[in-house]
Ligand binder design. Structure first.
Ligand code: CO8
Length: 262
C-alpha cells in the first residue's frame, strides 16, 4: 500500500539527486498525496546546498507521469480546481525558478500535468518509447499547471495550440523535432544518459549554473534591451565569485580549476 513518503523517492549521489515519482499502478498520475510529497522533495532539494542537479523520472517502464489524477479532479468545484491549479503552479515554479538544475528523464507517458511537470524542468530528455501530449481538451478542461504558457514559449504558439486543441499524443522523436525535448535515447539507456548529463553539469561551478538559469528564465519575459542589461548585470555578478577568479586563473596557469561553488 502506498504510504506517505514512498510516492516520491529521492536518492542522493553527492551533488546529484534522483527523484522518482512512484505510483506506477496509476501510471504515476499525480494525486494530492503525491503532489504533497513532490513539493516536499523539491523543497528538500532546494534547501540542500550540496545538490546541483536533480533528475526527475517516473517509476516503471510505462509512464513518466500520465497527468493529474482524473479521479481527484472529476468532482472538484471551480474554487477547488482553481486552488489546485494555483498550488501546483507554485510547485512547478519552485522547479523552474529554483537554484538546482532539473532534468526530466521522460521514460514513458508524459501527458497533461506530466508534460507540464517536464516543461518546468530545465532540460527534457526522453526514451524513444515515450509519448507526450496535452490531452486535457478530451476531458473538457485546459492545461492548468502552466502548460498554456510554457508550451507556446517553448515550441511556438501554432504548434502548442495544435497539441492542445487536438489533445494528440506525439512520439519522443516528434517531440525532439519540435524542440519539446532535447534528446531521445533508447529506453534502456535513458537513466544512464540522464546521469551522465547530470554529472557533466554538476562538475561545473554552482553560481555560474544558477546565473545561467536566472538569465534565461527571467530574461525571457523582458524586452531585448532590458534583457541585455539584465544579462550584463548577472555577468558582472559572476566576478564577485571565487570560482570566476579560480576558473580564469586555472586557464592561465594551464591547469584544471578547483571549484568551491562560491
Ligand atoms: N489519472 C488517474 N488515473 C490514471 C491516469 C490519470 N491521469 N492515467 C492513468 N490512470 C490509471 C488508469 O485509470 C488505470 O487504473 P486502473 O488499472 O485502476 O483502471 C491505470 O492508470 C492504467 O491505465 P490504463 O489502463 O488506462 O493504461 P493504458 O495503457 O490502456 O493507457 C494512457 C494509458 C493512454 C496513458 C491512459 O491511461 C490515459 O489516457 N490516461 C489519462 C491521460 C490524461 O488524460 N492525462 C491528463 C489528465 S488532466 C491533467 O493532467 C491536468 C492537470 C490538473 C490536475 C489537477 C488535479 C489533481
Amino acid at each position: 500500500m502506498e504510504t506517505a513518503g514512498d510516492l516520491v523517492i529521492t536518492e542522493k549521489f553527492d551533488a546529484l539527486a534522483l527523484m522518482t515519482i512512484n505510483r506506477p499502478k496509476a501510471l504515476n498520475a499525480l494525486d494530492q498525496l503525491t503532489l504533497q510529497q513532490l513539493d516536499a522533495a523539491v523543497s528538500a532539494i532546494e534547501a540542500d546546498p550540496q545538490i546541483k542537479v536533480a533528475i526527475i523520472t517516473g517509476s516503471g517502464e510505462k509512464a513518466f507521469v500520465a497527468g493529474g489524477d482524473i479521479g481527484v479532479m472529476q468532482p472538484l468545484d471551480p474554487l477547488g480546481a482553481r486552488r489546485i491549479a494555483v498550488d501546483v503552479q507554485q510547485l512547478l515554479n519552485k522547479i523552474e525558478y529554483g537554484s538546482t538544475v532539473y532534468i526530466a528523464a521522460i521514460n514513458g507517458y508524459a501527458l497533461g500535468g506530466g508534460c507540464e511537470l517536464a516543461l518546468a524542468c530545465d532540460i527534457r530528455i526522453a526514451a524513444d518509447s515515450a509519448q507526450l501530449g496535452q490531452p486535457e481538451v478530451n476531458l473538457g478542461i485546459i492545461p492548468g499547471w502552466g502548460g498554456t504558457q510554457r508550451l507556446p514559449r517553448l515550441v511556438g504558439s501554432s504548434m502548442a495550440k495544435q497539441l492542445m486543441f487536438t489533445g494528440e499524443r506525439i512520439s519522443a522523436a516528434r517531440a525532439a523535432q519540435i524542440g519539446l525535448v532535447s534528446e531521445v535515447v533508447p529506453a534502456t539507456g535513458l537513466l544512464a544518459r540522464a546521469r551522465e548529463l547530470a554529472q557533466i553539469i554538476a562538475a561545473k561551478p554552482k553560481m555560474a549554473l544558477q546565473l545561467i538559469k536566472e538569465a534565461v528564465n527571467n530574461g525571457r519575459e523582458m524586452d531585448m534591451q532590458r534583457a541585455f542589461a539584465y544579462e550584463a548585470d548577472l555577468f558582472g555578478l559572476c566576478f564577485a565569485t571565487a570560482d570566476q577568479k579560480e576558473g580564469m586563473l586555472a586557464f592561465l596557469e594551464k591547469r584544471q580549476p578547483q571549484w568551491r561553488d562560491q
